[in-house]
Design a protein around this ligand. Sequence first.
Ligand code: ATP
Length: 205
Amino acid sequence: MKIGIFGGTFNPIHLGHTALASYICNLGLVDEVWLMVSPQNPFKQDHQLLDEAVRLRLATLAVRDFPRLRASDFEFHLPRPSYTYVTLQELSRAYPDDAFSLIIGADNWDAFPKWRNADDILAHYPIIVYPRETSPNPSPLTPNPKTPPTNCQLPIVNCQFLNSAPLYPISSTAIRTAIAAGDDVSPWLDPAVLDEIRRLRLYAQ
Ligand code: ATP
């Protein structure tokens, strides 16, 4: 199978994440998308970052009705901090019959040359770059390999740049802030995720 790796802290996972992941599956670029939940970085104390097991649980709830999406704890079992090139290498080792690609936002693509072993990732894994802002008149929803969003010096042969993608105007940060303020976040979260956040009183002040 072709599997797209979509990494994030997912603190918490929201509808923007699942919409984008299923959009990429539906484009036919990959058979499945694995939402790779980042573990805690022992060198970076972030008090807002929920325990990784809880973030994984929320992600698992969010994908339960998407047969082609999977919440993955694969990085929990790797050395920390987790580096994407290590994750991809270990995935290829653990699943030799599958082909992995990396899904990143245009914002991350701008910083990509600074990622550890970026050249190595580019040499071995296709990259799917999605826009972080929706164009006002999206052209047909097809990948366009010729329009990198930035002036990157790295070879882009193995990259696909999506013209358009369903981008919810929301972030996990905004959701955490809204929950702490007692605001309604139901438009942005899967109902089961919201129930679990309420049940465990997550992100509340
Ligand atoms: P935070 O606000 O805590 O930084 P986030 O909402 O950006 O979180 P991440 O966990 O960093 O979520 O998400 C993983 C990836 O999902 C990011 O690389 C980001 O590009 C992408 N992403 C985040 N929000 C959206 C959105 N609304 N639509 C599409 N993609 C998104």
